[in-house]
Write a protein that binds this ligand. Structure first.
Ligand SMILES: [Zn+2]
Length: 680
């Protein structure tokens, strides 16, 4: 028989059980109970895994009822796709299904988590408490003593079946055996390719092909558009949305965030522009009536799933989409969502869209469309401004340098930073010479770098400003020479950095101690190396270069550089979709032959500014810096001539060699009352 031939050797011991399961599949009449009925009758939520322990009640989350019932034996649905916001209990529908299978409809079942480690955690923290505390399941599962301990966590035997918990990063575990039921949890977090064998979802689904009456449950919060597995699966289904009746006019509607002036979540603004969280309400699409959050339980219980596309009968697939506006009372509240949105919008206005992406994915349950394709050099030339190189314009309060090391030269760029991370490119120099020649020797490029670092820049107010921090790339040429320079100057805030293109890597992470080899001698832990997340940094810089209006985050560029290749270099890279084994992946690429040192230097100068603390500075600290740079004179001469002789003024004592100004805690904004991930 076909199923037998597909069994891997180490599973021959359970061939008899599988035979029985296959036999049962054809002989057994489907049980009358649905999954939601089983859960309401039997499921106990454990105090270990849930904030609301006790008997399961489907009426707490009425939107889960139909999803669970599609998974019941009597339903003809074969694939259920659940694209939900975070913390709406979506995985819990899968847990109830597992309990139902073990108790009521036994057969081989596989539950897949993004990684093997997460699979182990899921087994210990979710499955084990359910098995212990649900009386109907307590004695059904026996520990598999023939296997080692790890396998006991990942494999549970029960009469008529077996439950395997796998990691999507392990092809071997996905291939382990044929299964009738497949629960694919958080599929947008799976790797694109597993062990060179392709898509883990396809690999796991192949294991169900033996069974005519198979069922597959796919669950996830969506991620990036065109990359999201859950969205592409959802779009192949009948795409249901949960429609709830308005308490005023009774018309059904799907709850949406909504655009300004339309239906959706609405609120009043306070004087400072932030939302008045006591005023958050929902406006009905049909009658314009004001719906308060306390109406929600009644609306949810009278809600119904409505397909937005014709049901796909041939494939028997159903799909469900739900955003966090539907969260049951006492979970995430509407004011919490609005506060989170406001916070994300503030960050986005400064060029950091990562919070908006998180909001789009985890609150709206929608995919995020990457904007960061490219910026054109001639667009930068058009927006460049008249200000001289080497002079810090008004508003620029802190200087950092980014240095790139090439085979025959080093290049630096000096950037000025102001409130809200507004920035100005104020200097660039290409210092030709062999970077291998040490600083003490004649003609060394490092001598010139030190000189430039230590010479104050003229500020538009007439005072002088020193470079506060300098980040030098160690990833390219002359790594050991750079280490030696950084060792000699680290008291002057000179940092050794190395770009890392790892996905989602923070712009500046904790440094590691690196061994240095200098003049044939090994110096253990001789230098601190800072990894710079180039993916995010370039995304932020390109986002800011597209900003149209000066203000927080805006990048100012001097017109004098328009006749050089500076702007072409800054815009040399683009974010493109590349395909690896048929799967899309976003990557920064530099077309062959184009130079990009200007962009690299901008990234390093940005990392140095973050090191100095600009992300955490309060308005008070910026004001203090402003007072030191342009004290009272600023008020006497509104716009002092930029060429005013600096001789009469002392350099600002914000000297190289001083530690950066103390980095305080972030401003105490109203904390967002986001709850811990809910596991029930
Ligand atoms: Zn209405």
């Amino acid at each position: 028989m076909g199923a037998m031939e597909q069994l891997p050797a180490d599973d021959t011991l359970r061939a008899d059980e599988l035979l029985r399961a296959l036999f049962a599949e054809f002989m057994r009449p489907p049980a009358d109970l649905t999954v939601s009925q089983w859960a309401d009758t039997n499921r106990m939520l454990s105090g270990k895994a849930s904030s609301e322990p006790g008997p399961w009640r489907t009426d707490r989350t009425p939107y889960l009822r139909q999803i669970m019932d599609d998974l019941s034996a009597r339903s003809s649905v074969q694939e259920v796709v659940v694209m939900f916001a975070a913390q709406l209990g979506k995985s819990e529908s899968g847990m109830n299904w597992l309990g139902y299978i073990i108790d009521n409809e036994p057969g081989p079942v596989m539950c897949v988590q993004p990684t093997t480690d997460m699979a182990k955690r899921f087994s210990r923290q979710r499955i084990a408490p359910m098995l212990e505390e649900t009386p109907a399941l307590r004695r059904k599962v026996r520990e598999n003593r023939s296997r080692d301990d790890a396998n006991t966590t990942l494999m549970k035997d029960f009469a008529g079946g077996v439950l395997v918990v796998s990691g999507a990063n392990s092809a071997a575990s996905l291939r382990s055996m044929p299964v009738r039921y497949l629960f694919l949890d958080e599929i947008d977090a799976y790797p694109l390719d597993v062990d060179g064998e392709g898509d883990p979802v396809a690999l796991a689904e192949k294991r169900t092909s033996t069974f005519a009456r198979r069922k597959v449950l796919k669950v996830s919060t969506p991620t990036t558009k065109d990359f999201s597995r859950i969205e592409s699966a959802y779009l192949q289904t009948n795409a249901c949305r949960y429609h709830v009746p308005c308490p005023h006019c009774g018309e059904h509607q799907a709850l949406e965030w909504g655009a300004k002036g339309e239906h959706g979540l609405r609120w009043h603004k306070l004087e400072d522009g932030s939302p008045d969280l006591t005023s958050v309400h929902y406006v009905c699409k049909h009658c314009g009536g004001v719906i308060d959050e306390h109406h929600k339980p009644a609306m949810l219980s009278r809600g119904e799933w409505r397909a937005s596309k014709a049901p796909n009968r041939a494939n028997r697939q159903t799909g469900y989409h739900l955003n966090a506006i539907y969260a049951p009372l006492g979970w995430i509240s509407w004011p919490d969502l609005v506060a989170q949105w406001h916070d994300a919008m503030l960050a986005a206005k400064q060029g950091d869209v990562s919070k908006l992406k998180t909001f789009t994915n985890t609150v709206l349950a929608e995919t995020w469309e990457e904007q960061g394709d490219k910026v054109a050099g001639h667009d930068l030339a058009r927006r460049a401004e008249e200000y001289p190189l080497g002079v810090v314009p008004h508003g620029g309060l802190l200087l950092t340098m980014g240095v790139d090391v090439q085979g025959d030269r080093i290049e630096y760029r000096t950037w000025a930073w102001g409130r809200g991370q507004e920035s100005w490119l104020i200097d660039r120099e290409l210092i030709y010479g062999d970077p291998a020649v040490e600083e003490g020797q004649p003609g060394s490029v490092w001598v010139r770098l030190t000189e430039r670092r230590r010479t104050p820049y003229l500020h538009a107010s007439g005072s002088q400003v020193l470079v506060q921090a300098c980040a030098i790339d160690t990833g390219g040429h002359h790594t050991q020479q750079v280490y030696a320079y950084v060792r000699a100057h680290h008291h002057s805030n000179v940092l050794a950095v190395k770009g890392s293109s790892a996905k989602g890597k923070a712009i500046l992470s904790k440094p590691s101690d690196i061994d240095v080899t200098w003049r044939g001698q090994k110096i253990p832990r001789g230098v601190k190396l800072w990894l710079v997340g180039t993916d995010i940094a370039k995304g932020v810089i390109y986002g800011r270069l597209r900003q149209a209006q000066p203000g927080p985050g805006y990048i100012h560029l001097p017109k004098v550089l328009a006749n050089t290749d500076e702007f072409e270099q800054m815009t040399a890279e683009r974010l493109v979709t590349k395909y690896f084994k048929g799967h899309p992946r976003m990557e920064w690429i530099k077309p062959n032959g184009r130079r990009n040192e200007a962009l690299d230097c901008a990234v390093y100068a940005y990392a140095a500014a973050i090191w100095a603390g600009i992300e955490r500075w309060t308005d008070v600290q910026w004001s203090r810096l402003e007072e030191r740079i342009s004290p009272a004179v600023r008020d006497l001469f509104a716009t002092p001539p930029p060429d005013a002789a600096p001789a009469a003024q002392q350099p600002i004592t914000q000297a190289v060699g001083q530690p950066p100004p103390p980095a305080p805690r972030p401003p105490t904004r109203r904390p967002i009352q986001q709850q811990r991930p809910r596991t029930w």
